[in-house]
Design a protein around this ligand. Structure first.
Ligand SMILES: Nc1ncnc2c1ncn2[C@@H]1O[C@H](COP(=O)(O)OP(=O)(O)OP(=O)(O)O)[C@@H](O)[C@H]1O
Ligand SMILES: [Mg+2]
Length: 227
């Protein structure tokens, strides 16, 4: 592990960022690494509780998620409705504290890359704040080629360090032609490494906090992600 952390971004909301971040945290914990987690901004506590359980940490939820809203919208929009400011300074303070406390920190983003977090701030700024390499979680199904390539293109435009793309089977359905060919086609159109696929796991649920990962299929994938 070269960097002291990783940023988990994605092509959209609901693509599996929390599942991937949680699985990675549980994997590192199993390997004996001191690992911390952060979801700097969120609506609700589902993601923070899932990540906290996977990493097995005792940090308070308002450290894992320093900025939280009740309204399930993009943070900047929610902040306007709830008449509260988003404090990047507080996020940075908690980030530094958690980074110091753990050998490796996993930070989950919010929605996709251009989600507004504050005036003139998007998830790009959050990735820049951490200075971590970013892993892109993408859907496996139809539409993902365009979403993945647009995300990578915007990341490059902002000179972000890109770790690679991880395709996630977020739906419990049989693989069709699109699911079989998408990762291959994406790799043909970008030099960013396609690191592999996370299978659908019935024993995982972010809302019910089920964290029984299928390790046999995940170990080789995570070795690649952390290289
Ligand atoms: N590999 C998987 N196996 C089983 N369920 C999955 C998998 N990936 C995602 N899911 C399920 O799909 C839903 C969305 O996943 P997740 O919450 O990780 O997305 P997200 O990208 O973190 O969304 P958000 O933008 O809200 O943070 C959740 O209910 C989760 O349990
Ligand atoms: Mg999430």
């Amino acid at each position: 592990m070269k960097s002291s952390g990783i940023f988990i971004t994605g092509t959209d909301t609901g693509v599996g960022k929390t599942v991937v971040a949680g699985a990675l945290a549980a994997y590192l914990r199993k390997e004996g690494v001191s690992v911390g987690v952060m979801k700097p901004m969120a609506s609700g506590t589902e993601d923070s509780l899932f990540l906290k359980k996977c990493a097995g940490v005792d940090d308070p939820l308002d450290w894992i998620t320093p900025v939280s809203f009740k309204t399930p919208l993009a943070p900047y929009v929610a902040s306007q409705i709830e008449k509260r400011k988003v404090s990047f300074a507080l996020i940075e303070k908690r980030f530094k504290q958690l980074k110091k406390k753990y050998d490796f920190l996993i930070v989950e983003g919010v929605g996709g890359l251009l989600v507004p977090l504050a005036p003139r701030k998007t998830c790009v700024d959050l990735i820049q704040l951490t200075r971590f390499p970013a892993l892109v979680v993408s859907r496996l199904g139809l539409g993902t080629i365009n979403h993945t390539l647009l995300t990578l293109s915007e990341m490059k435009r902002n000179r972000l360090q890109i770790k690679g793309v991880l395709f996630n089977a977020e739906k419990n359905q049989k693989k069709g032609l699109a699911e079989k060919t998408n990762p291959i086609q994406v790799q043909k159109q970008t030099e960013v490494p396609v690191l592999g696929e996370l299978p659908y796991m019935k024993s995982i649920s972010t809302d019910k906090l089920k964290t029984d990962f299928n390790w046999r299929s995940l170990n080789p994938l995570f070795k690649k992600v952390l290289k």
